[in-house]
Design a protein around this ligand. Structure first.
Ligand code: RP5
Length: 327
């Protein structure tokens, strides 16, 4: 809660240099802990052993080497032989925005820990180490070197908009949870195309885009649809949404994400904002509909029991604490 309060009410436009959260929690979803950690799974293997987005026709499954919980920090000794893996589409990409591997080409010089020409290579957690020519994951070992499916070595920045409203009954009164007695918040949720998991409709910060612009772009691309409104009403609502996204958000978190794509050399970091419609006047009225990266989009009750992609459950827990809602 202390961290949350220090993040609250910071206006949009915050720069990475204004990082507020230095401590990184241990990662689980990008690591093979070596144990069966999901009682509902029939396998004896850690559910996070298999590298995500693999096992498809184009890409055979990659199994991460085992990193037990107490061997995650680089400072702890471990007989460690991680697999090297970078997806073909990353290796073959000719996009200027995708890094070339400095380990294979001495002419490739990347300004680590700096605000680079096309992307910000700084971490929210301060300076990261560069070991044998590439950045070292500040959270520790993942059992995989290379970039996996990520375009950048070091931090890959994303932004996550959490749009919320109160759950209301037919009399417009807030609905309380039968067990906790607290009012129930709802958030705009998607089902991701790539992993089929429920998630916040976030996305990667595109080249030289402000994280705050990413929030609005991603929300627009992934979930916005107003089938019941005429052109004028639609335009007015779009303008309101634009204003809210530019001025009305509360920063919930910025920093490392426990993303299943992370490797020893590439990892996700994000900026999370909450846009809350207290009186059901604007955002709460939106009919959400799945866009490009989602198979589904809908308003979902906040509840700790819901399994979510990456660190998204942790972000929602913070939002629930901020509004004193059921979790
Ligand atoms: C997560 O990946 C972030 O929290 C964000 O939601 C997401 C961005 O990646 P894509 O959705 O663009 O794949 O780490």
């Amino acid at each position: 809660m202390g961290n949350l309060l220090s993040c609250a009410n910071i206006r949009l436009g915050t720069r990475i240099s204004e990082a507020v959260e230095k401590r990184i929690p241990i990662h689980h979803k990008c690591r093979n802990c070596g144990r069966k950690c999901d009682p509902s799974s029939p396998s004896n293997e850690c559910v996070h052993a298999k590298y995500t987005r693999t096992g498809t026709k184009e890409q055979p499954a990659i199994i991460r080497s085992i990193v037990p919980d107490d061997r995650v920090p680089w400072s702890t000794p471990l007989d460690y032989s991680p697999l090297e893996f970078t997806a073909e589409k990353v290796l073959k990409s000719t996009k200027e925005y995708v890094d070339r591997d400095p380990r294979n080409d001495p002419n490739v010089v990347i300004p680590w820990n700096q605000d680079d020409r096309l992307c910000d290579r700084r971490s929210y957690h301060g300076k990261y180490e560069v070991v044998r020519g590439v950045p070292q994951n500040p959270c520790g070992r993942t059992g995989l070197t290379g970039r996996g499916h990520l375009g950048h070595f070091g931090p890959n920045h994303a932004a996550d908009p959490i749009v919320t409203r109160w759950k209301r009954d037919q009399n417009n009164a807030r609905v309380r949870h039968p067990t906790s007695g607290q009012p129930i918040l709802q958030f705009v949720c998607i089902r991701r195309k790539d992993t089929d998991e429920f998630a916040i409709p976030g996305g990667m910060v595109e080249k030289k885009e402000r994280a705050t612009d990413t929030l609005r772009r991603e929300f627009h691309e992934e979930v916005l649809n107003f089938p019941d409104l005429d052109e004028n009403e639609r335009e007015t609502l779009m303008l309101t949404i634009k204003n809210i996204f530019e001025n009305g958000g509360t920063r919930i978190y910025c920093g490392y994400v426990d993303d299943p794509r992370n490797t020893d050399n590439s990892w996700m970091e994000t900026t999370v904002y909450n846009f809350h419609d207290e009186e059901a006047k604007h955002l709460a009225l939106i009919n959400v509909n799945a866009g490009s990266d989602a198979t589904d989009a809908f308003w979902q009750d906040l509840d700790s029991k819901m399994p979510l992609f990456a660190s998204h459950a942790d972000f929602l827990r913070r939002v629930a604490a901020l509004h004193n809602s059921h979790w």
